[in-house]
Design a protein around this ligand. Sequence first.
Ligand SMILES: [Zn+2]
Length: 169
Amino acid sequence: MILKIAKYPEPVLSKPGEPVTEFDADLRKLVADMFETMYAEQGVGLAAPQVFVSKRLVVIDLSNNKDPKDKLVLINPEIIFREGRLYEEEGCLSFPEIREKVVRAAKVRIRAQDVCGQWFEMDGEELLSRCFQHEIDHVDGMLFIFRMSTLKRDLNLRKIRKMQRDGEW
Ligand SMILES: [Zn+2]
């Protein structure tokens, strides 16, 4: 089932998600729906608050459904190590049409649970590192627009307000 995407400034996007405690059929259904929604929107990552579910849950697939090995589910994820610096352009399904450079760590190690509740660790570099940081920000209620410089943020907020006025947001 394709879920509705929450667009900025929906309040659910700015609220830290609740920890996931039940690893049951409902969770598996939500994960499946989040993958379906992400593929339909051509995204590479999606966090539960972006589909109006205030939980600490993220799905990622850098191959966009071309390689099953790239499907990742991160439940209650956290970054346990970060190193280096990247400054690359990012987009976000909750900010259609907005793309901007943001500063991220070049490498991160994350710790998360899988759909069965098993803890695992994983390293990410380059695009995967940025994706981990962008999506884990979402479950903390942090949005990429607030990682931009003040100047860029204000420019983009003005652009969003204009699109809202024109009925394009
Ligand atoms: Zn996003």
